[in-house]
Design a binder for this molecule. Sequence first.
Ligand SMILES: [Zn+2]
Length: 284
Amino acid sequence: MDEDRPVLTQITENVLVRQSDFCRTNTVIVRGDAGVLLIDPGIHGYELAALADELIEHGDTVTVGFSTHPHWDHLLWHARLGSATRYGTARCAATAQAKLDVGREMATQTAQDVSLDLFGAIVALAPGTEYIPWDGPRVRIVEHQAHAPGHAALLIEDDRVLVAGDMVSDVLIPMLDLRGGHHPVQDYLDGLRRLEDVASHADLVMPGHGSVGSGDELRGRIEQDRAYVVALQAGDDPVDARVGPGATYGRDWLPAVHARQVRDLAARMAADPRIGFGEQHRNI
Ligand SMILES: [Zn+2]
């Protein structure tokens, strides 16, 4: 089984990554002075256990965890990773708590041999917290409401790595928060703007799902995501290579997600045209 085991890959001085067998989910580890920060631990039980093994081999202990957003695939944990505080933004923690049963059910359907006892136990950071409270490199919190409530990208400042959460993927299209969000389109565009604001501080981007990218690729992916969302906003069916005939990933399921999103947003905008726009347009 060892040969199947994903390995940690060091991408900068303090940052290591590994990818899950599920949906190219990325886990990021930041080395600190007394231990590591573990961001979005992974999916399957055997992966989380292997991660714990690797950390032990390296002499690392997890001193703090972080979930980028309150979707099930970012809320898992394993007892062998220890009892570190697992942070999220206040909205992330509140949403994870409110949707604990739904998240557990989704995890049960997909994640293999995983204990759900520790699922979703996220501690809220005070609203407006700028940096992860820990003994290690400065990690800036870039919160927005795209894709999920309280979604946070993390900028590891000295290493110039942006951990983007579930945006700016090379393989997944933007997925709007069509269930919970009041302004899912504008929230997404605002989120992209937040990433754009910090993009000049990043030489590498690590999306929640997909491949690591350069700073230039980050800027290109922001534009690609924005073009997709702007087309949705205009009521068009976006043309996007990630769900086009040349797509290299998710050909058996992603086009259906895309089609459902186009249809659901069109229906919501037909019922309430303000859905496609932000607060500032509410009264027109
Ligand atoms: Zn995800």
